[in-house]
Design a protein around this ligand. Structure first.
Ligand SMILES: [Zn+2]
Length: 450
């Protein structure tokens, strides 16, 4: 009795067929060696790296298929699958390139424990389960009497075309979300455009690599009609950053949410990246933080992204997760404590403190749309200077004395990041953004800690 093993790449599975319960092998794993050992054989204990091709029962063809003859023997066997390009390295900076250029995909090797009913005349595969490896590395997708369909986990997808520039430096990490709620679309999009370096999947927090850390991606956007990204004085963000995409749980970007598994993987990856490249851990930001000068998505990774959790681990601009000292002490001391101090005293106390809005300016002392004659300082200039010090782009000529539309976008992106997890709904966009007292206090603290 002959059996067929078919091996496919896990994240190129056609999702429409998948939903219909029909798996279609449309991205086969070529040149994978397949081994079969009786489970009590010494060879069943040989590590993957010790396997010799000559001992393989076969090699997958271009359709990811290998055919083998089942032994006429009852018992448990080990079906070992060793793709041509494979790695057991954790997916992060250490997964680097011993692979030939254009390797396409790098996979995990996989052990399946299979049970064979070897009775002559009706020899068949009775069952197959993942053995030494976890299901996360691949799985027996479909088990039949005369064959097993296997999907393998890609750890590095390198099938994009075109030459990639090597960066001079890597000193910034940008966190993104994928649109939609579907790993297949996300993998396809990132791999075809080679945008980001990593993707973290929602279900199990698996990390897939797309680009070497030292190579320039296109995740930050910029150059052309969409404007330029900006952070802390730098505009050429792609040439100095690593991009990490998080698969979004919710279909809507504004409601984007993430799983515990994703946060664990993200924190693990951030630590490795910071250690490997000597990145200042403060320089972990969201895509929307650097998008003030660009027309891109506002919620990237969004106001539900747990910046405070990252902050408690020491990642990201100081503030979230690390407290706001001035804000706390002033609020505890009561409204009068603001006096004439902070930001020219424009937020001097409840209930009359104004919410600054677009068009307000220091030159004519217009705050909250009304003249306030008793303001002696230049609160708007001071606030925009602080926002810019944190890292935000506040306008073409830097901090000014007017709350322009651009400056208000910086306020909005500040709120999305620095009030993350505290907001129950998305901050109002565009002209509706308000610069209230609490926001101003946080800007003051975050700038002081930057
Ligand atoms: Zn993004």
């Amino acid at each position: 009795m002959r059996a067929t093993i078919r091996i496919d790449n896990r994240y190129s599975i056609n999702r429409h067929r998948l939903r219909a319960g029909r798996h279609h092998f449309d991205d086969p794993v070529e040149s994978a060696d397949v081994f079969l050992y009786k489970l009590d054989d010494a060879e069943a204990r040989v590590p993957f790296s010790g396997l010799r091709r000559t001992n393989a029962v076969g090699q997958t063809n271009r359709r990811g298929k290998v055919t083998l003859t089942l032994p006429h023997e009852n018992g448990n066997f080990l079906l070992r699958i060793l793709p041509e390009n494979w790695s057991s390295a954790a997916v992060g900076p250490n997964l680097s390139r011993p692979f030939p250029a254009g390797a396409g995909r790098v996979y995990r090797a996989l052990d399946l424990k299979i049970k064979i009913d070897g009775n002559p005349g009706r020899t068949h595969i009775a069952s197959a389960v993942e053995s030494t490896n976890s299901k996360a590395d691949g799985e027996a997708w479909e088990v039949r009497h005369n064959g097993i369909n296997v999907v393998l986990q890609p750890v590095w997808i390198t099938n994009h075309t075109g030459r990639r520039r090597v960066k001079n430096t890597t000193d910034l990490i940008v966190v993104h979300l994928t649109s939609g709620s579907d790993p297949y679309g996300a993998v396809r999009k990132i791999s075809s455009r080679a945008g980001a370096h990593y993707l973290i999947l929602k279900d199990d927090g698996q990390i897939i690599k797309f680009l070497a850390d030292t190579v320039q991606g296109g995740h930050a956007g910029g150059s052309g009609h969409s404007g330029n990204p900006y952070w802390a004085g730098d505009r050429d963000i792609n040439s100095r950053s690593v991009g990490i995409e998080l698969e979004n749980v919710k279909p809507s970007e504004a409601d984007a949410d993430f799983t515990e598994a994703q946060y664990k993987s993200l924190l693990w990856l951030l630590q490795r990246l910071v250690d490997t490249h000597g990145i200042d851990p403060k320089r972990v930001i969201g895509h929307s933080d650097l998008a003030v000068d660009m027309n891109i998505r506002d919620f990237d990774p969004g106001f539900k992204f747990d910046w405070p959790r990252l902050g408690r681990e020491g990642f990201g601009p100081p503030g979230p997760g690390r407290g706001y000292r001035t804000a706390r002490s002033l609020i505890a001391a009561g409204p009068g404590a603001l006096g004439d101090g902070l930001y020219g005293g424009v937020f001097k106390g409840l209930p009359t403190d104004p919410e600054l809005r677009q068009g307000d300016n220091d030159r004519r002392s217009i705050y909250g749309g009304n003249p306030m004659a008793d303001i002696t300082g230049q609160p708007i200039l001071e606030i925009l200077t602080d926002l810019n010090r944190i890292g935000y782009w506040v306008g073409r000529r830097g901090p000014g004395k007017t709350l322009t539309a651009e400056a208000m976008r910086a306020v909005r992106y500040f709120q999305i990041h620095f009030f993350a997890t505290e907001l129950s709904e998305a901050p109002a966009g565009g002209r509706n953004t308000r610069l209230d007292r609490q926001t101003a206090l946080r800007i003051f603290d975050a700038a002081a800690m930057s």
